[in-house]
Design a protein around this ligand. Structure first.
Ligand code: BGP
Length: 467
């Protein structure tokens, strides 16, 4: 049961909200921005692309004023690699100038910028040059990009995030610039190499950050769909543990301990997809651990033992519903779902926070959490009580974790303002602020505060006392 263990959130708790560059900025062809992998994706029928998005590029001052009015203590944003280095390698001064103005505005308005170095927006030029993340060259280029950010913005940024949702990226070949039609086994091998390269790159950038910005803290962003057992059958409990290991901890074991999870190792061996590994990389990871774990949490899964007995290669899906021989994801009648079938389970967030801390003793920063919905604008208002309920229930779990002694340092709701959803365009909105456009009509891009805006404003003001 949930008990009120503390009255309020700690004074320095980072009440925040998040966006990512390609989903919010628009201005895709302006000021020398290069081509990112998603720019080349075929347009989906009836769904907007990312070229205009919420036009934050031109509205950033107005948007930051709204953040201030909301009372945000922190704003999580990502910096577009292709705006700053259009070919992935050489600096574009106009890109630096834009983020210089943007970050200064955030800081001048007394908010802590939390900066994601790489949030899905990968330079196509690096894929063309050497296959992107499948190559070790990608590690060097990621480090160079991070070095440019540290040099130009390190004086204003205390919290850095390395790669957003590496686990998620690995399940969508097109987000890495790879063809969708790639064969399952071939792709799984590639994905394991990409995963390994990204872990090495993360350790290199953590090391660099600690060297050049000793005041700053840095961590990865993981996306646990924390599994709970379908029943009290011991085989379902074991399958759940294996699910969590293969869907989440296989990455954090490398980040935080510089070793492969045994279950993950066996999984790769059985499928003949072990990547190329160098001992010095594992030493590097062991010596350069994150300062905290960034966690995006939207949903969890209910897991049972798989009744099949085959070896699976790759299902190109974000939610891998069956790993034959290991686990299968099941429906859970105790959990309601969003319109897109995502399980709403705030307790899953609490379980994930506690498990992560118990394993790694690292503070947790919630970098994304929120509800995507078909919001309706009626008489200049959006009555998004469903979003208020969702965020209320998740924040209450965080408050409870803190009350139990688990260090959660902040919460960034996804998203600050409506932006283009990863797969559903403008149909699926997440913001506290409505942007007046839809998939096929840009209208006037007017910003309209939703009911949840006023609710979150009060929560921040009273430091969550009513939760
Ligand atoms: C996370 C991403 C975000 C955002 C969010 C919501 O995986 O980090 O960029 O898109 O999910 O997902 P969607 O837009 O698909 O609903």
């Amino acid at each position: 049961m949930y008990h009120k263990r503390i009255k309020q959130f700690p004074e320095d708790f980072l009440f925040g909200a998040a966006t990512s560059a390609f989903q919010v900025e628009g201005a895709a062809d302006i000021d020398g921005r290069g081509v990112a992998v998603h720019d080349l994706q075929p347009k989906k029928e009836g769904i907007t692309d990312f070229s205009v998005a919420s036009d934050h590029y031109h509205h950033y001052k107005e948007d930051i004023a709204l953040m201030k009015e909301l009372g945000l203590k922190a704003y999580r944003l990502s910096l577009s690699w292709v705006r700053i280095m259009p070919d992935g390698k050489n600096v574009n001064p106009k890109g630096i100038e834009f983020y210089d103005r943007l970050l200064q505005e955030v800081v001048d308005n007394d908010m802590e910028p939390i900066v994601t170095i790489y949030h899905f927006e990968y330079p196509q030029a690096l894929v063309d040059a050497y296959g992107g993340w499948s190559s070790r060259e990608a590690i060097e280029d990621f480090e160079k990009f991070a070095a440019v950010l540290f040099e130009n913005f390190g004086d204003r940024v205390n919290y850095w995030l390395t790669i957003n949702e590496q686990d998620h990226l690995l399940k969508i070949p097109s987000r890495l610039g790879f063809p969708e039609e790639i064969d399952g086994k071939e792709y799984l091998k590639l994905a394991e190499q990409v995963n390994y390269n990204m872990c090495v790159a993360t350790a290199r950038v953590i090391k660099l950050c600690h060297e050049v910005l000793p005041h700053a803290q840095i961590g990865p962003v993981i996306n646990p769909m924390y599994g709970i057992p379908n029943s009290n059958k011991p085989e379902d409990v074991i399958a759940t543990m294996e699910f969590n290991e293969l869907s989440t901890f296989y990455i954090t074991e490398l980040h935080c301990r510089g070793r492969f999870s045994p279950i993950h190792w066996k999984y790769m061996e059985d499928r003949d997809v072990v990547p190329e590994i160098f001992e010095e990389d594992l030493e590097l990871m062991k010596a350069n651990k994150p300062d905290f774990l960034g966690m995006n949490y939207y949903l969890n899964q209910t897991v049972a033992a798989s009744q099949q007995d085959a070896i699976a290669y790759h299902e190109k899906s974000v939610f891998i519903v069956e790993e034959p021989g290991v686990y299968t994801v099941t429906d859970n009648p105790n959990i309601v779902q969003t319109d897109w079938g995502w399980n709403i389970c705030p307790e899953g967030m609490k379980l994930a926070i506690m498990d992560f801390y118990n394993r790694y003793q690292l503070p947790v920063l919630i970098t994304e959490n929120g509800l995507g919905a078909h919001d309706e604008l009626k008489d200049e208002q959006v009555e998004d009580d469903y979003r208020i309920e969702y965020i209320h229930n998740h924040l209450a779990q965080i408050k409870d974790c803190i009350g139990l002694g688990y260090p959660v340092i902040g919460y960034c709701a996804w998203s600050f303002i409506d932006l283009v959803s990863g797969r559903e365009g403008m149909d699926k909105r997440y913001g506290f602020i409505y942007v007046n456009r839809d998939n096929d009509d840009l209208k006037d891009m007017r910003r309209i505060k939703k009911k949840s805006f006023y609710w979150y404003q009060t929560i921040i003001e009273e430091r969550g006392e009513s939760l």
